[in-house]
Design a protein around this ligand. Structure first.
Ligand SMILES: [Zn+2]
Length: 671
């Protein structure tokens, strides 16, 4: 095979012919003197743009590819073989158009194309050693059946970087000196660290015509070239790199990988395919990097959502942190379209469809923690917007499975009522509140509490935000016909004790849920209503008979999230007794936000939930049948001990957890 070696790769045009001595060669080139290389070979054509390529001596680092070989030991080369052909086609672009203008650290071969020469000849030719020395090594290599290059390095005749340079020259490939080459992180991010390590190859940049420059320990490994080509959907231009430098780079990437691992999904192949579909837009690389960093930063700041809002000029990116939108970044208009497309690709959405809202999801691994992200695209007047909800399963808020209810922070009596309701063998327990009020956290806490191995628990969710061992969880898939009502109906055939329905949105779902609650199942679900008593009227409005509502529903929790004061900077708020009394806080010591470095100047850190827990007593059941007003039911429920959301909030102001302003904000949202 070694012989096959023919050329192929070569691209005529590119021939680099001669390159002046390398300017930057990091290492002293060769032992041998470095004579300037002979002029270019005939074949060489003009050196492309950059004329001066250095050359004679090898640049720096070099891989230790297996490639070496002398004529004698063809075998040794096997691995390398392939480069020619495939490599050839792919590299069509020519050798010389390296990555950006600055190709610092990138050296084209003096003779493009695979040469017929053996490694030993190239070594001599480059002036790295004299013929006699090389001949001895070649003889030894042949005798041992090992690659000449390896023997040359072992004998101290060549350094690793020089060997890489020789290999590059031998096969007519570029040599990349990773110690000085400017990495394009966008290129690096195209394949994950794990893949880079496995292939001993790292994409380090792009050529002018969009090919991916791949630094390889063994640049002749066709399989690697093919694989990376498929993974990235790009033409690959292989370049030889020193093994030592490549390993250093991989170590660096591994470290980076700890903060941002690349895309990881449950189904790696699928993910791979998605990546493949990347089109060749040149801005992909920076775009990918940008998307990753926007998400990583959002997670780090504890944001729950990322909004990408197109505006007249640039696009604004906002994070929702502790319930409040804060500006995070501004993205140039041109880049913004790429960002949106990239997000859509990650979420497996149709990139060409920009006029209809779409939703999907993807997963990222950040700092060793899996973060699921739900994506919704919005066709807005000024362009396509995106909202990403971060479903951070590793994040706290929820769940100490051992004592899940306690972690909700429900006040004592409220917790007792809620706990009693979820421990009944049947009936419905509903949690209400607007989007982002922590409803699912409450339901998950209930599931953790009930998940004792003796109950069969099924859920149907949109999406499954947290996986609970032992619980059978189903995700709705409307495209496949699995909606809440359809899934719920099928679940009932699976003999569950407890059913959790992510949300009751329509009459069908409401109907099945109520029936299930009346036929021996405990049903947990959510509704969008402003307070607990309103949920009863909502069900009736959805078309459920009052007598069914009255007998099925046992408990309703309304909730909201408010920001907690930063404990490091909050200060006592000076208010007159009169003002305090107006807020129903007579005699209380209250605090207000200030802002410090630990809370990014907002004065708040983290959130807490406020609850209103209503037990549907016999008296309330009778009122439902009579179609009594919400106000009347509230009055009765309060007599029976229900504390309203605002009361719970004022209690949290009294204990210094939050501010009057936060409660006012929450209360106004009740209207
Ligand atoms: Zn602070």
């Amino acid at each position: 095979m070694g012989d096959i070696a023919t050329p192929t790769v070569a691209t005529p045009a590119e021939a680099p012919a001669e390159r002046p001595p390398v300017p930057r060669s990091p290492t002293p080139p060769t032992l041998a003197g470095e004579q300037p290389p002979p002029a270019p070979a005939p074949e060489a054509t003009a050196p492309a743009n950059e004329a001066p390529a250095p050359a004679p001596e090898a640049p720096a680092p070099a891989p230790a590819p297996a490639v070496s070989t002398s004529q004698a030991s063809p075998a040794a080369e096997e691995p390398s073989e392939g480069p020619p052909e495939k490599g050839g086609e792919r590299r069509e672009n020519g050798p010389r158009k390296p990555v950006g203008a600055e190709q610092k650290g990138l050296y084209p071969p003096r003779h493009p194309g695979r040469s017929q020469r053996m490694i030993g000849e190239v070594v001599v030719d480059l002036g790295l050693a004299d013929a006699e020395t090389v001949e001895e090594a070649v003889t030894a290599a042949r005798a041992q059946g090992r690659p000449t290059g390896v023997v040359l390095v072992e004998r101290g005749i060549l350094r690793h970087d020089q060997l890489a340079r020789v290999v590059a020259e031998r096969f007519g490939l570029d040599f990349v000196d990773l110690s000085v080459f400017d990495l394009d992180m966008g290129a690096v991010n195209l394949i994950g660290f794990q893949a880079a390590k496995r292939y001993q190859a790292v994409p380090v940049g792009f050529t002018e015509d969009g090919a991916l420059l791949l630094a390889m320990a063994n640049p002749t490994n066709v399989l690697t070239i093919d694989d990376v080509g498929m993974m990235t959907g790009r033409r690959i231009r292989p370049a030889a790199a020193s093994v030592e430098d490549l390993n250093l780079l991989l170590t660096r990437l591994a470290r980076m990988d700890e903060s941002i691992e690349d895309l990881v999904d449950e189904e790696p192949e699928e993910q791979g395919e998605r990546d493949v579909s990347l089109d060749d837009a040149d801005e992909d690389a920076p775009v990918i990097k940008l998307v990753h960093s926007l998400v990583a930063q959002a997670v780090q700041q504890g944001a729950s959502d990322i909004h990408v809002n197109p505006e007249e000029g640039d696009t604004r990116v906002l994070y929702r942190v502790d319930g409040v939108l804060v500006p995070a970044a501004t993205v140039k208009r041109r880049m913004a379209m790429g960002v949106v497309s990239r997000i859509k690709i990650m979420a497996d959405l149709d990139i060409s469809e920009r006029r209809v809202p779409q939703d999907g999801r993807f997963a990222l691994n950040l700092e060793g923690r899996r973060v699921d992200i739900r994506v919704v695209t919005l066709p807005l007047v000024k362009g396509e917007g995106v909202v990403m909800r971060i479903l951070d399963k590793g994040a706290g808020m929820l769940v100490d499975p051992q004592d899940a209810l306690a972690s909700l922070g429900m006040e004592g009596k409220d917790r007792e009522r809620f706990s009693r309701a979820i421990h009944r063998p049947n009936g419905a327990v509903l949690v209400t509140g607007p989007t982002g009020s922590g409803k699912s956290t409450t339901l998950y806490a209930a599931l953790h509490t009930l998940n004792d191995g003796e109950r069969s628990i099924l859920t149907i969710e949109d999406p499954v935000e947290q996986q609970i061992p032992g619980v059978k969880q189903m995700q709705i898939a409307p495209k496949a016909g699995v909606t809440f009502d359809v899934g719920l109906r099928s679940m009932l055939r699976a003999d569950p004790d407890v059913i959790m329905v992510g949300e009751i949105r329509d009459r069908e779902t409401a109907h099945i849920a109520v029936e299930a609650a009346m036929t021996g199942h405990l049903v947990l679900s959510t509704l969008h209503t402003r307070d607990a008593p309103s949920a009863l009227g909502r069900l009736i409005d959805m078309g459920i008979e009052p007598f069914l509502v009255s007998s099925a529903v046992d408990c309703i929790v309304a909730q909201r999230l408010v920001r907690m004061l930063c404990p490091h900077c909050k200060r006592r708020q000076q208010l007159s007794e009169h003002v305090l009394a107006e807020h129903d806080l007579a005699g209380a010591t209250v605090y207000e936000p200030v802002g410090c470095s630990r809370c990014s100047g907002s004065g708040y850190r983290g959130r807490l939930a406020l609850y209103e827990v209503m037990t549907v007593s016999e008296r309330i059941r009778a009122m439902i049948l009579e179609r009594a007003s919400v106000d009347d039911m509230v009055a009765v429920a309060q007599q029976e001990g229900m504390r309203r959301l605002r009361e719970d909030g004022l209690g949290r102001v009294r204990d210094g957890s939050t501010s009057i302003a936060e409660i006012e904000r929450m209360t106004s949202s009740l209207l």
